[in-house]
Write a protein that binds this ligand. Structure first.
Ligand code: FE2
Length: 237
């Protein structure tokens, strides 16, 4: 008769249940693995996609050529944001965080990312056909922060007319709700920490020179005629 080792003995009912339970757990884990892999894949595909602002073509005061050039420029920021993030990710995986390449790309990221995001805010607060509701929430808050609505407008336009290239951003300070017009030199310098952007105006030369030459004030007037005030108002906290 065949001798059985202790380990070869037949399974009793309890052991069988335990083992099958383990098997079921393993099976469940195996099923869960593709999902985990998918999650990882999703994280990798969190790249940015350029939005379509073609509906702005036809806005009074903005030529089609100027707008289309501007959209192309914006798309470049989206592409470069993805490239910089991907390259930084790669450098991290290769353990190269102490390299000059990593440091320079980290510095570059704010420029490309904000170049993308600020253009999105800008295009999204354009295309409006209605004037600012002077009894609405935004108008009241502007008057509270600047003494009057006209005071805010003068301050915003004056900031936009400053020499140099950049952005004018009406920011809301979430600490006390105050609205402040900021001059943003280029894309990545001058933003108030924690601020909520409410209204954004691009005053880089590409935003107006093709249509207005050096007459920046005329561009600013055209911008004001096309502000989507509702889009700005919903950004208020
Ligand atoms: Fe721009």
């Amino acid at each position: 008769m065949e001798k059985r080792n202790k380990g070869d003995r037949m399974l009793n009912r309890r052991e069988f249940i335990q083992l099958t339970a383990l098997g079921a757990t393993a099976l469940l884990l195996e099923r869960a693995l593709p999902a985990r892999a998918q999650t990882k894949k999703e994280a990798k595909t969190m790249s940015y996609t350029a939005k379509d602002y073609a509906k702005l073509v036809g806005m009074p005061g903005f030529s089609e050529t100027l707008l289309k050039n501007h959209f192309t420029l914006y798309q470049g920021y989206v592409t470069n944001t993805n490239k910089v993030l991907d390259t930084l990710d790669q450098l991290l995986k290769e353990g190269k965080t102490a390299t000059p390449e990593f440091a320079e790309l980290k510095r570059r990221l704010g420029w490309e990312f904000n170049g993308m995001r600020l253009h999105e805010y800008y295009f999204e607060n354009l295309g409006g056909k209605m004037p600012l509701d002077r009894n609405g929430k935004l108008a009241k808050m502007l008057a509270d922060s600047f003494g009057s609505l006209d005071g805010w407008e003068k301050d915003f336009k004056g900031t936009g007319a400053m020499r140099g290239i950049g952005w004018v951003v009406l920011y809301q300070d979430p600490a006390n709700g105050r609205l402040i017009n900021f001059w943003i030199n280029e894309h990545d310098a001058g933003h108030p920490a924690g601020g909520t952007p409410i209204l954004i105006m691009d005053v880089f030369e590409h935003a107006f020179m093709l249509d207005y030459g050096l007459k920046r004030a005329d561009y600013i007037e055209a911008f004001f005629k096309n502000v989507d005030w509702k889009a700005a108002e919903v950004r208020l906290k």
